[in-house]
Design a binder for this molecule. Structure first.
Ligand SMILES: *[C@@H]1O[C@H](CO)[C@@H](O)[C@H](O)[C@H]1NC(C)=O
Ligand SMILES: *[C@@H]1O[C@H](CO)[C@@H](O)[C@H](O)[C@H]1NC(C)=O
Ligand SMILES: *[C@@H]1O[C@H](CO)[C@@H](O)[C@H](O)[C@H]1NC(C)=O
Ligand SMILES: *[C@@H]1O[C@H](CO)[C@@H](O)[C@H](O)[C@H]1NC(C)=O
Ligand SMILES: *[C@@H]1O[C@H](CO)[C@@H](O)[C@H](O)[C@H]1NC(C)=O
Ligand SMILES: [Cu+2]
Length: 366
């Protein structure tokens, strides 16, 4: 009897300790939320452990038969590249990236044993001094700016990172490096003023346009290089900290009107032509008012030389077959919309990711 109690007590402690960071997605509901914290607030040990686990993803064999994918990191990369046209500048932009954060977190914890909090990058805190951002620290962070003619990242933990996939999913003959090309000017789009403007949006349609065009673009262009490439961006581990930040902003917006905003969705399934949409192009951060200086007016290119057309990318206009399998029953994004991760995790629907505290995501921003 006494032993029984002690065992239960011990299990309770283990449960609690793990529960600090691990969500319980088993069964219905969300009992213990996975914590998401600013990178700035992680301990040195937690930062080292997160970087280690990220390196582990880059070093662990892939689980599937995706041709060319050698590692788990390649498989995550593939999942984004393969559908880049259908997950940007469409209604499912925010939900798909929320799903992808869970896909990434699941691999990090399950395959690489990470048990700390999931970090996000509080970008507004670094908006005035991007070069000294803690995330770019060589020792405790993700390494710094690119160097040399190709702007390959030359310090920090990811100097040896190489990408198998090119933008069109063909296999690179000589895998390319992680590229960064920091632009303070582009990063000014992450300003508090812009965030507040987005958070004041009244409809889902307004908020996703605003978040995608301003804070989202600011992080991608502020880091530049791989991050500024619509298809290849998740190759840079900073992608996940950036998107967790963006996801937090969406959740803050949702939290202003719960439970109503757990059901608010909309937007087109077909990327709106760049020229028609204020958010339709990465360059909108340069042509619009949200960036302050004309010196960031030409951040085109980036790794792989992609033009940053966020819409069709020219190569693959969504076809009817694809639109149909989103399962919306039309061109407008609904809660029934399918989210796919190239079989890393099973498909879910947008309804499954709307609630940060729901069974599938089960997380908390702190
Ligand atoms: C990171 O990995 C290295 C080598 O695999 C190991 O020696 C070190 O203890 C790890 N650090 C943390 C914080 O997990
Ligand atoms: C830029 O700001 C001015 C004044 O605030 C406004 O009238 C104009 O419509 C804005 N232009 C864009 C492209 O947002
Ligand atoms: C870096 O960005 C600048 C503009 O900010 C651009 O002129 C340059 O070509 C970029 N370099 C690389 C390697 O992408
Ligand atoms: C859906 O989009 C296609 C392609 O843009 C268009 O031809 C079709 O009319 C749209 N259908 C509806 C119901 O809006
Ligand atoms: C998952 O979604 C993808 C893309 O929408 C679709 O092609 C696939 O058939 C779905 N898989 C299952 C098991 O429903
Ligand atoms: Cu993306």
């Amino acid at each position: 009897m006494a032993l029984h109690v002690i065992v239960l007590f011990a299990l309770g402690i283990i449960h609690q300790v793990q529960g600090l960071y691990l969500s319980h997605r088993d069964g219905e509901g969300c009992r213990v939320k996975s914590l998401r914290k600013p990178w700035q607030d992680l301990t040195d040990l937690q930062r080292a452990s997160y970087i280690n686990s990220t390196l582990c993803l880059m070093d662990s064999p892939g689980q599937q038969t995706i041709p060319g994918a050698k590692t788990l990191w390649d498989e995550l990369h593939y999942a984004h590249i393969a559908q880049a046209t259908y997950i940007h500048f469409v209604g499912s932009f925010l939900p798909w990236h929320r799903y992808f954060l869970v896909v990434h977190e699941t691999l990090l914890r399950r395959e690489c044993g990470y048990n700390g909090p999931m970090p996000y990058w509080n970008e507004v805190a670094d908006v005035d001094d991007l070069n000294n951002a803690l995330v770019l620290d060589v020792k405790t962070g993700f390494g710094g700016n690119g160097e040399g003619p190709n702007h390959c990242v030359a310090d920090g933990p990811f100097v040896n990172l190489r990408f198998q996939f090119k933008e069109d999913l063909t296999i690179a003959e000589s895998p390319s490096c992680l590229v960064r090309n920091i632009s303070d000017c582009s990063f000014t789009g992450a300003s508090r003023t812009n965030l507040d403007a987005c958070l004041a949006a009244r409809t889902y349609d307004e908020v996703w346009h605003c978040l995608e065009a301003k804070p989202h673009i600011a992080g991608h262009w502020g880091i530049g290089g791989t991050m500024s490439n619509t298809r290849l961006s998740p190759g840079d581990p900073l992608f996940f900290l950036h998107h967790a930040w963006l996801d937090r902003l969406w959740w803050l917006w949702q939290s202003q009107d719960l439970p109503t905003r757990l059901k608010e969705i909309g937007g087109a399934n077909i990327p709106v032509d760049d020229s028609d949409s204020p958010a339709g192009n990465g360059a909108s951060s340069a042509s619009g008012n949200e960036t302050s200086s004309p010196s960031c007016s030409a951040p085109m290119g980036g790794a792989g030389g992609a033009s940053r057309g966020h819409g069709g990318g020219g190569t693959s206009k969504p076809n009817k077959g694809l639109i149909d399998y989103f399962n919306d029953g039309g061109n407008t994004t609904t809660l029934d919309h399918t989210l796919w991760s190239a079989r890393i995790l099973p498909n879910v629907t947008i309804a499954d990711v709307m609630d940060l505290h729901g069974a599938f995501v089960c997380a908390e921003y702190v």
